[in-house]
Design a protein around this ligand. Structure first.
Ligand code: HEM
Length: 172
């Protein structure tokens, strides 16, 4: 190969990921009848984070303490379900050689851990007084959480649909 040629991915002589049989094992381990539990759980933090932002907006609009209480419960449940989703994702990441050996899995881990810290901060902020916490910091934090939830979910989708991780398909 001349110095100008690019290595071909998928070539076992050049790409360690393809040279070792064990790295093509990307099948889910934390699953019910082959369906990854992580994929089932992530819907909860995603939906609850959006609900928190919605409730914050309604509180800002109406001033009704009911919405501040809704936001407190939504972010509390979203944080808890996010921790559970993160736990199943992390076990999958550490247990499956084909998942832990691919850098995008670790990128997803870092983005997701950042999101979980923001969800925790958003919940913690409200524990000291859920109504006073909404404006301005609660709602700003909720907007940031919604953005990061989108980023985390989109990147998780890339792991499944682009890299075929956790699917039992052939990883790229
Ligand atoms: C904190 C550690 C996390 C790790 C290590 C992790 C790891 C993974 C892995 C390995 C996959 C591939 C599918 C599978 O094997 O189940 C995945 C998919 C995904 N993750 Fe995570 N994840 C984490 C947290 C999160 C969180 C907090 C969210 C969302 C709020 C999230 C959203 C997604 C989504 C949407 C998918 C695609 C699911 C599908 O369409 O089937 N992840 N994640």
């Amino acid at each position: 190969m001349s110095g100008r040629e690019k290595p071909r991915t998928g070539d076992a002589d050049l790409d360690a990921l393809h040279a070792e049989e064990v790295f093509s094992d990307t099948d889910t381990r934390i699953a019910v009848a082959g369906h990854p539990i992580h994929a089932m759980l992530v819907a909860f933090p995603i939906a609850l984070t959006v609900c928190t932002f919605g409730a914050d907006l309604f509180y800002w609009w109406t001033g009704d303490p009911f919405w501040a209480r809704v936001a407190l419960w939504a972010i509390g449940a979203g944080f808890l379900m996010g921790l559970l989703a993160g736990l199943t994702g992390t076990v999958e990441l550490l247990l499956v050689p084909g998942i832990r050996s691919r850098p995008p899995s670790w990128t997803h881990f870092v983005i997701a851990m950042s999101l979980l810290s923001m969800l925790g901060a958003n919940f913690g902020l409200r524990l000291g007084g859920y109504e006073a916490a909404v404006l301005p910091f609660g709602i700003l934090l909720s907007a940031l959480c919604v953005g990061f939830t989108g980023l985390t979910g989109w990147h998780g989708g890339k792991l499944v649909f682009d890299y075929r991780l956790g699917t039992g398909g052939t990883a790229s």
